[in-house]
Design a protein around this ligand. Structure first.
Ligand SMILES: Cc1cc2nc3c(=O)[nH]c(=O)nc-3n(C[C@H](O)[C@H](O)[C@H](O)COP(=O)(O)O)c2cc1C
Length: 217
Protein backbone atom coordinates (compact mmCIF):
# COMPACT_ATOMS: atom_id res chain seq x y z
CA UNK A 1 0.00 0.00 0.00
CA UNK A 2 2.82 2.35 0.98
CA UNK A 3 4.56 1.60 -2.32
CA UNK A 4 1.44 2.59 -4.28
CA UNK A 5 1.19 5.89 -2.31
CA UNK A 6 4.85 6.65 -3.02
CA UNK A 7 4.36 5.91 -6.75
CA UNK A 8 1.32 8.21 -6.93
CA UNK A 9 3.24 10.99 -5.18
CA UNK A 10 6.16 10.67 -7.65
CA UNK A 11 3.76 10.87 -10.63
CA UNK A 12 2.03 14.01 -9.27
CA UNK A 13 5.33 15.80 -8.68
CA UNK A 14 6.56 14.91 -12.21
CA UNK A 15 3.36 16.30 -13.76
CA UNK A 16 3.71 19.59 -11.83
CA UNK A 17 7.36 20.01 -12.88
CA UNK A 18 6.46 19.42 -16.56
CA UNK A 19 3.59 21.98 -16.43
CA UNK A 20 5.83 24.60 -14.86
CA UNK A 21 8.58 24.01 -17.44
CA UNK A 22 6.21 24.38 -20.42
CA UNK A 23 4.50 27.56 -19.17
CA UNK A 24 7.86 29.05 -18.16
CA UNK A 25 9.47 28.57 -21.57
CA UNK A 26 6.46 30.04 -23.42
CA UNK A 27 6.65 33.30 -21.47
CA UNK A 28 10.35 33.77 -21.96
CA UNK A 29 10.12 33.02 -25.70
CA UNK A 30 7.54 35.78 -26.16
CA UNK A 31 9.55 38.30 -24.18
CA UNK A 32 12.92 37.57 -25.72
CA UNK A 33 11.48 37.91 -29.26
CA UNK A 34 10.05 41.29 -28.35
CA UNK A 35 13.13 42.61 -26.67
CA UNK A 36 15.78 41.69 -29.17
CA UNK A 37 14.46 41.73 -32.69
CA UNK A 38 11.30 43.68 -33.28
CA UNK A 39 10.42 47.34 -33.51
CA UNK A 40 8.53 49.03 -30.69
CA UNK A 41 5.06 47.89 -31.62
CA UNK A 42 2.51 49.79 -29.55
CA UNK A 43 0.58 46.74 -28.36
CA UNK A 44 3.79 45.03 -27.28
CA UNK A 45 4.46 47.90 -24.89
CA UNK A 46 2.06 46.12 -22.58
CA UNK A 47 4.43 43.19 -22.25
CA UNK A 48 7.11 45.50 -20.91
CA UNK A 49 4.73 47.40 -18.69
CA UNK A 50 3.45 44.25 -17.00
CA UNK A 51 6.91 42.78 -16.42
CA UNK A 52 8.11 42.69 -12.82
CA UNK A 53 10.70 45.09 -11.37
CA UNK A 54 13.37 42.40 -11.50
CA UNK A 55 13.12 42.23 -15.31
CA UNK A 56 14.91 45.10 -17.12
CA UNK A 57 12.79 47.17 -19.53
CA UNK A 58 13.22 46.18 -23.17
CA UNK A 59 16.25 47.96 -24.63
CA UNK A 60 15.79 48.98 -28.25
CA UNK A 61 17.83 50.78 -30.85
CA UNK A 62 17.19 54.49 -31.36
CA UNK A 63 17.17 53.88 -35.12
CA UNK A 64 14.08 52.68 -36.96
CA UNK A 65 13.98 51.53 -40.57
CA UNK A 66 10.33 51.88 -41.62
CA UNK A 67 9.39 50.90 -45.14
CA UNK A 68 6.60 50.07 -47.55
CA UNK A 69 7.39 47.57 -50.28
CA UNK A 70 4.82 46.20 -52.71
CA UNK A 71 7.05 43.67 -54.47
CA UNK A 72 10.01 43.21 -52.11
CA UNK A 73 12.68 45.45 -53.68
CA UNK A 74 12.56 48.23 -51.08
CA UNK A 75 12.27 45.60 -48.36
CA UNK A 76 15.66 44.17 -49.40
CA UNK A 77 17.32 47.60 -49.22
CA UNK A 78 15.62 48.32 -45.87
CA UNK A 79 16.99 45.08 -44.45
CA UNK A 80 20.50 46.02 -45.53
CA UNK A 81 20.17 49.47 -43.92
CA UNK A 82 18.93 47.85 -40.70
CA UNK A 83 21.84 45.45 -40.72
CA UNK A 84 24.38 48.27 -41.21
CA UNK A 85 22.87 50.64 -38.64
CA UNK A 86 21.61 48.12 -36.07
CA UNK A 87 18.20 49.72 -36.58
CA UNK A 88 14.89 47.99 -36.05
CA UNK A 89 12.61 47.16 -38.95
CA UNK A 90 8.98 48.18 -39.27
CA UNK A 91 7.02 47.25 -42.38
CA UNK A 92 4.18 49.54 -43.40
CA UNK A 93 1.61 47.07 -44.73
CA UNK A 94 -1.52 48.02 -46.61
CA UNK A 95 -4.71 46.94 -44.82
CA UNK A 96 -5.89 45.89 -48.28
CA UNK A 97 -2.80 44.29 -49.85
CA UNK A 98 -1.91 45.33 -53.40
CA UNK A 99 -2.50 42.57 -55.95
CA UNK A 100 -0.52 42.17 -59.15
CA UNK A 101 -3.45 43.74 -61.05
CA UNK A 102 -3.49 46.70 -58.61
CA UNK A 103 0.16 47.37 -59.48
CA UNK A 104 -0.15 47.12 -63.27
CA UNK A 105 1.09 50.53 -64.35
CA UNK A 106 0.38 49.80 -68.00
CA UNK A 107 -3.31 50.18 -67.21
CA UNK A 108 -4.34 53.64 -66.03
CA UNK A 109 -7.49 52.28 -64.38
CA UNK A 110 -5.64 50.11 -61.85
CA UNK A 111 -5.63 50.87 -58.12
CA UNK A 112 -2.05 52.14 -57.64
CA UNK A 113 -2.27 54.46 -60.63
CA UNK A 114 -5.64 55.84 -59.58
CA UNK A 115 -4.31 56.44 -56.04
CA UNK A 116 -1.28 58.29 -57.38
CA UNK A 117 -3.54 60.50 -59.47
CA UNK A 118 -5.40 61.67 -56.37
CA UNK A 119 -3.26 63.42 -53.74
CA UNK A 120 -6.04 63.10 -51.17
CA UNK A 121 -6.22 59.30 -51.14
CA UNK A 122 -4.96 57.77 -47.87
CA UNK A 123 -4.82 53.96 -48.07
CA UNK A 124 -5.30 52.41 -44.65
CA UNK A 125 -2.28 50.89 -42.90
CA UNK A 126 -2.75 47.28 -41.82
CA UNK A 127 0.38 46.77 -39.70
CA UNK A 128 0.26 47.20 -35.95
CA UNK A 129 0.71 50.76 -34.67
CA UNK A 130 4.22 51.64 -33.62
CA UNK A 131 5.44 53.89 -30.80
CA UNK A 132 8.02 56.31 -32.18
CA UNK A 133 9.03 57.51 -28.73
CA UNK A 134 12.70 56.65 -28.15
CA UNK A 135 13.69 56.70 -31.82
CA UNK A 136 15.92 59.57 -32.88
CA UNK A 137 16.45 58.54 -36.52
CA UNK A 138 14.04 57.00 -38.97
CA UNK A 139 15.06 55.73 -42.40
CA UNK A 140 11.81 55.81 -44.38
CA UNK A 141 11.74 53.60 -47.48
CA UNK A 142 9.29 53.17 -50.37
CA UNK A 143 9.11 52.43 -54.11
CA UNK A 144 8.60 55.29 -56.54
CA UNK A 145 5.12 55.21 -58.06
CA UNK A 146 4.61 57.62 -60.92
CA UNK A 147 7.51 59.76 -59.79
CA UNK A 148 6.45 60.06 -56.14
CA UNK A 149 5.93 58.27 -52.83
CA UNK A 150 2.95 55.88 -52.75
CA UNK A 151 -0.04 57.47 -51.02
CA UNK A 152 0.22 55.00 -48.12
CA UNK A 153 3.41 56.86 -47.12
CA UNK A 154 1.26 59.97 -46.81
CA UNK A 155 -1.04 58.01 -44.48
CA UNK A 156 2.02 57.04 -42.41
CA UNK A 157 3.56 60.50 -42.10
CA UNK A 158 0.22 62.11 -41.21
CA UNK A 159 -0.48 59.47 -38.58
CA UNK A 160 2.61 59.99 -36.40
CA UNK A 161 4.54 62.85 -34.83
CA UNK A 162 8.21 63.05 -35.81
CA UNK A 163 9.06 65.68 -33.21
CA UNK A 164 12.75 65.35 -32.25
CA UNK A 165 13.34 62.73 -34.96
CA UNK A 166 15.58 62.96 -38.02
CA UNK A 167 13.80 61.39 -40.99
CA UNK A 168 15.86 60.09 -43.92
CA UNK A 169 13.80 59.08 -46.95
CA UNK A 170 15.07 56.44 -49.36
CA UNK A 171 13.45 54.75 -52.32
CA UNK A 172 13.86 52.17 -55.04
CA UNK A 173 12.61 52.59 -58.59
CA UNK A 174 13.00 51.42 -62.14
CA UNK A 175 15.24 54.44 -62.73
CA UNK A 176 13.41 57.60 -61.61
CA UNK A 177 14.96 59.71 -58.86
CA UNK A 178 13.33 60.40 -55.51
CA UNK A 179 11.96 63.68 -56.91
CA UNK A 180 9.60 65.60 -54.65
CA UNK A 181 8.77 62.62 -52.43
CA UNK A 182 10.76 63.88 -49.43
CA UNK A 183 9.41 67.41 -49.55
CA UNK A 184 5.85 66.13 -50.11
CA UNK A 185 6.07 63.99 -46.98
CA UNK A 186 7.84 66.67 -44.93
CA UNK A 187 5.00 69.10 -45.69
CA UNK A 188 2.36 66.54 -44.71
CA UNK A 189 4.19 65.42 -41.54
CA UNK A 190 4.59 68.97 -40.20
CA UNK A 191 7.23 67.70 -37.75
CA UNK A 192 10.71 66.20 -37.67
CA UNK A 193 13.99 67.15 -39.29
CA UNK A 194 13.90 65.84 -42.85
CA UNK A 195 17.13 65.13 -44.72
CA UNK A 196 17.38 64.91 -48.50
CA UNK A 197 16.41 61.45 -49.65
CA UNK A 198 18.23 59.04 -51.93
CA UNK A 199 17.21 56.59 -54.66
CA UNK A 200 18.77 53.13 -54.86
CA UNK A 201 18.48 50.20 -57.22
CA UNK A 202 17.37 46.94 -55.62
CA UNK A 203 20.85 45.52 -56.09
CA UNK A 204 22.69 48.31 -54.23
CA UNK A 205 25.63 46.90 -52.26
CA UNK A 206 26.00 47.17 -48.48
CA UNK A 207 29.26 49.01 -49.15
CA UNK A 208 27.48 51.73 -51.17
CA UNK A 209 24.73 51.99 -48.57
CA UNK A 210 27.31 52.28 -45.80
CA UNK A 211 29.12 55.16 -47.50
CA UNK A 212 25.78 56.94 -48.04
CA UNK A 213 24.91 56.47 -44.34
CA UNK A 214 28.37 57.62 -43.21
CA UNK A 215 28.01 60.71 -45.39
CA UNK A 216 24.80 61.69 -43.58
CA UNK A 217 26.57 62.24 -40.26
C1 LIG B 1 2.21 51.78 -59.94
C2 LIG B 1 3.69 51.82 -60.17
C3 LIG B 1 4.27 52.98 -60.66
C4 LIG B 1 5.65 53.03 -60.86
N1 LIG B 1 6.19 54.20 -61.28
C5 LIG B 1 7.53 54.27 -61.47
C6 LIG B 1 8.14 55.49 -61.90
O1 LIG B 1 7.49 56.52 -62.08
N2 LIG B 1 9.49 55.49 -62.12
C7 LIG B 1 10.26 54.37 -61.93
O2 LIG B 1 11.46 54.43 -62.14
N3 LIG B 1 9.71 53.21 -61.47
C8 LIG B 1 8.38 53.13 -61.25
N4 LIG B 1 7.81 51.97 -60.80
C9 LIG B 1 8.70 50.84 -60.50
C10 LIG B 1 9.00 50.71 -59.00
O3 LIG B 1 9.39 51.96 -58.46
C11 LIG B 1 10.15 49.72 -58.74
O4 LIG B 1 9.87 48.48 -59.34
C12 LIG B 1 10.41 49.56 -57.25
O5 LIG B 1 11.75 49.14 -57.04
C13 LIG B 1 9.45 48.56 -56.61
O6 LIG B 1 9.73 48.50 -55.23
P1 LIG B 1 9.01 47.46 -54.26
O7 LIG B 1 9.34 46.07 -54.79
O8 LIG B 1 9.60 47.68 -52.93
O9 LIG B 1 7.54 47.69 -54.31
C14 LIG B 1 6.47 51.90 -60.59
C15 LIG B 1 5.85 50.73 -60.11
C16 LIG B 1 4.49 50.70 -59.88
C17 LIG B 1 3.86 49.44 -59.35
Amino acid sequence: MNKIKTLLAVMMVSTMVFSLTVSGSTDSDVNSGTQTTEAHIASEENLTETSTDSEPAAAHSDILVAYFSATGTTKGVAEKIASITGGELYEILAAEPYTEDDLNYNDSSTRATKEQNDKNVRPEIGSEDITLEGYTTIYLGFPIWWGEEPRILDTFVEKYSFEGITVIPFCTSGGSGIGRSGSNMEALAESGTWLDGERFSGSVSEEDLKSWIDGLK
